[in-house]
Write a protein that binds this ligand. Structure first.
Ligand code: XMP
Length: 510
């Protein structure tokens, strides 16, 4: 196993992903996790991620230097390299010639670290740094240089310490994967024996140990993430798991009844169904600010959970299907990275929440969760269901949410999904849905003037929701969806197609 200590880089999760793609298990932990805990994990290697801070700044994030003396290979990437250099007696300076984006490096000596990497020419790598290493600690040697980084790659091979100024994890770095493979296999000696089956088994064991004989409550939405969370927990602790399904009235058409059927009848998991539609509608009345809506929905959700868990007596843990992209987009790290949206699963939690959180998927990307779902034997229809945000249709209705708008959107959304499925595209796209724009425009239907709302169709491709592109749906499919929505859904007289990628847009409209 490889441990990544996270200093807040936007790429940390990519490092993890690249390593897991090599069938090596890898976990991300915050940089300030106690060293003993890292040691107890028995990692074969440690990676220090990049990050937005400067090691020259006061109280910049750091690690205990003892970590470099354990004999466990360490790879410092960007900020990680600079930190390692500083802590071991080298010097770091603020370079007035920062390097951002594509940069050429020249490899100075063939070393295990660059094994099978073409060393007879310059390598194009991805850099993103303002500071640079000015002098390296004793025992280190230079492996590669770039025009502005005399220490683009360095190593103390005796101590098994390696540092690079560039990011091997991004696709723009030539042979970046080979470089990571060299570290993971050649230097750390990991075996490529990790897969979803083994992840499943170890997670189940881990959950059993972590939870012991305590009761766990699981927030069930019916989506892939919470379903996989629930089934995984059910395998680990059986009857000790109770799922609560809160119908907040913001779900897709017929979703509530499907969830109840599936969990009670099919999986026979303890299920408490709460009809909270009135409560949510009441709290959302008059609210049109997206962040406020998200917070209200998240807060009410947790409130209901606390109330219900109180009734159930002795519940210690709350399980949630939080994924890694939710975590990094929600946590404003000690640096300049901004909170983009407060995710329902993470933001909005009251500080005095009485239950401890269990989030068995928080290290995983969506496609990995699906793989895990398959490993757990879940139905394809469920496993490949498009992601649905925690705040549901609440953030797909722009402005104030009302029952009428929800009904209109549910119908339109159902048509989008049905047609995308019929066209054989459902599994090929990341998400497809309808958004209700309650702006009125003029139309004409059957000789009569109409003055009604608009539906926007959103259909995007993505690998992990961090970036996304709009899908070039065939015109006749768009035409069919548009016709059906206008003919079948009352209150709608115009349909538009959203052609914004992420960035600069986000997938959801709010
Ligand atoms: P954005 O809109 O941020 O969405 O580009 C990225 C992905 O996350 C989903 N999403 C959420 N999922 N709770 C969730 O569980 C949320 O609050 C939430 N907001 C957005 C969104 O559907 C997309 O797949």
């Amino acid at each position: 196993m490889i441990v990544i200590l996270d200093f807040g880089s936007q790429y940390t999760q990519l490092i993890a992903r690249r390593i897991r793609e090599q069938n090596v298990y890898c976990e991300i932990h915050p940089f300030n996790i106690p060293p003993d805990q890292v040691k107890n994990m028995n990692p074969e290697g440690i990676i220090l991620s990049g990050g937005p801070s400067s090691v020259l700044g006061e109280s910049s994030p750091s690690v205990e230097p003892e970590l470099f003396g354990w004999g466990i290979p360490v790879l410092g990437i960007c900020y990680g390299l600079q930190l390692m250099a500083k802590l071991l007696g080298g010097e770091v300076e603020n370079s007035n010639q920062s390097e951002y984006g594509r940069t050429e490096i020249s490899i100075q000596q063939s070393n295990r670290f660059f094994e099978s990497v073409a060393t007879d020419r310059d390598l194009t790598v991805w850099m993103s740094h303002g500071d640079r290493v000015k002098s390296i600690p004793d025992g280190f040697e230079v492996l590669a240089v770039s025009e502005n980084s005399p220490f683009a790659a360095v190593a103390d091979t005796d101590k098994r310490l390696y540092g690079i100024q560039f990011h091997p994890e991004v696709t723009h770095t030539d042979q970046g994967i080979q470089i990571l493979k060299n570290f993971v296999f050649g230097i750390c000696g990991c075996a490529p024996d990790w897969n979803m089956e083994s992840f499943k088994e170890s997670k189940i064991r881990e959950l059993k140990e972590a939870v012991g004989d305590e009761e766990v409550l699981c927030a069930l939405s019916g989506g892939v993430d919470s379903t996989v969370t629930a089934v995984l927990l059910h395998k680990a602790i059986g009857e000790k798991l109770t799922c609560i399904f809160v119908d907040n009235g913001l779900l897709r058409k017929d979703e509530a009844s499907k969830v109840i059927n599936l969990f009670e009848k099919h999986y026979q998991i303890n299920l408490v169904h709460i009809d909270a539609v009135e409560i949510f509608m009441d709290k959302l009345k008059g609210v049109s600010d997206p962040e406020q809506k998200r917070k209200i929905i998240g807060y009410e959700f947790i409130n209901i959970f606390e109330r219900e868990s109180g009734k159930l007596k002795g519940i210690k843990y709350l399980a949630q299907g939080t994924l890694y992209p939710d975590v990094i987009e929600s946590v404003s790290f000690k640096g300049p990275s901004d909170v983009i949206k407060s995710h329902h699963n993470v933001g909005g939690l009251p500080e005095d929440m009485k239950m401890e959180l269990v989030e068995p998927l928080r290290e995983l990307f969506k496609d990995e969760v699906r793989e895990l779902g398959v490993a757990l034997g879940l139905d394809d229809e469920l496993v490949y269901r498009h992601p649905f945000p925690g705040p549901g249709l609440g953030i797909r209705i722009l402005g104030e949410v009302t029952r009428e708008k929800i009904e209109v959107l549910q119908e339109a959304d159902h048509i989008v999904m049905e047609e995308i499925k019929k066209a054989g595209l459902y599994r090929k796209v990341w998400q497809s849905f309808a958004v209700l724009l309650p702006v009125k425009s003029v139309g004409v239907m059957g000789d009569a003037r109409t003055y009604d709302w608009t539906i926007a169709i959103r259909c995007v491709s993505s690998k992990d929701a961090m970036t996304a592109d709009w899908v070039h749906l065939p015109y006749d499919l768009l035409g069919k969806i548009s016709n059906r929505i206008i003919n079948e859904v009352r209150k709608i007289n115009r349909v538009v197609y959203d052609i914004t990628s992420k960035p600069p847009g986000t997938i959801e409209w709010e």
